[in-house]
Design a protein around this ligand. Structure first.
Ligand code: HPA
Length: 237
């Protein structure tokens, strides 16, 4: 059933088996422009840009997810189910919950805790924790080591809310659930992979820290995020 409601490509072969998903469409374009060769754009519906190309001669796609679980829920579902994508690696930013994760540090989400109803509503999944795919995580750990890029491997929090009335709630989420950082997409991505028998992983770069109140500027972010991008790009096949 392609094209889908949100992806205009008429040919499954336009999209590689492994897709990197930043939240921001312009970051998807940046990755295609900076790192990929023989690039072909396969999506521009709603400006959610998607590209396929080669990295070191191996094929890979990159497409934006938009922000939040409903958005990544739609795009990852369509890629897995209708375009036969096997692996999706989210590459995003996160807010640190503890001073142990410093600005620009890279975090691999071992698993994700969320109070979101996404997984329950989508497929009756009752637990608040979902793991990333072990095989993908092992490959990402290996690539990070080879590149000499240090990486935290930790539980993260997927939140439906960026602006909470009670700012200090993060302290309890850190202490009770062991989440070292917050983002807004991984729980839905990991759930979709689980119900569709596919693979998912999530790499994050710390862009701000709720505990120390440090923040990064948007230009700083673009450069600092290349470490995470290089690790993920090694997943090209
Ligand atoms: N909250 C949620 N998502 C985020 C944050 C945050 O503080 N920083 C980067 N992504």
């Amino acid at each position: 059933m392609i094209p889908t409601a949100h992806i205009e490509s008429k040919n499954k072969e336009d999209i590689a088996k492994t897709v990197l998903m930043p939240g921001d469409p312009l970051r998807a374009k940046f990755i295609a422009d900076t790192f990929l060769e023989d690039v072909k754009q396969f999506n521009s519906v709603r400006n959610v840009l998607g590209y396929t190309g080669t990295y070191k001669g191996r094929r890979i796609s990159v497409m934006a997810s938009g922000m939040g679980m409903p958005s990544i829920g739609i795009y990852s579902y369509e890629l897995y189910k209708f375009y036969d994508v096997e692996n999706i690696i989210r590459i995003g930013s996160c807010g640190g919950y503890t001073p142990d994760v410093k600005l620009y540090d890279v975090i691999l989400a071992k698993d994700v805790w969320s109070e979101s109803s996404y997984a329950k509503v989508q497929g009756g999944y009752e637990s608040e924790v979902i793991e990333g795919t072990k095989a993908l995580n092992e490959s990402l750990v290996k690539h990070a080591k080879e590149l000499g890029i240090p990486m935290h491997i930790e539980r993260i929090h997927s939140s439906d809310v960026f602006y909470r009335e009670n700012f200090d709630e993060y302290k309890e989420i850190y202490e009770k659930h062991g989440c070292v950082a917050v983002e807004m997409e991984a729980f839905a991505l990991f759930h979709n992979a689980k119900v569709l028998g596919k693979n998912a992983a999530c790499l994050l770069t710390v862009s701000d820290n709720l505990a120390t109140k440090e923040v990064t500027s948007s230009e700083e972010r673009q450069n600092a995020f290349t470490n995470m991008m290089k690790i993920a790009l090694e997943m090209a096949e």
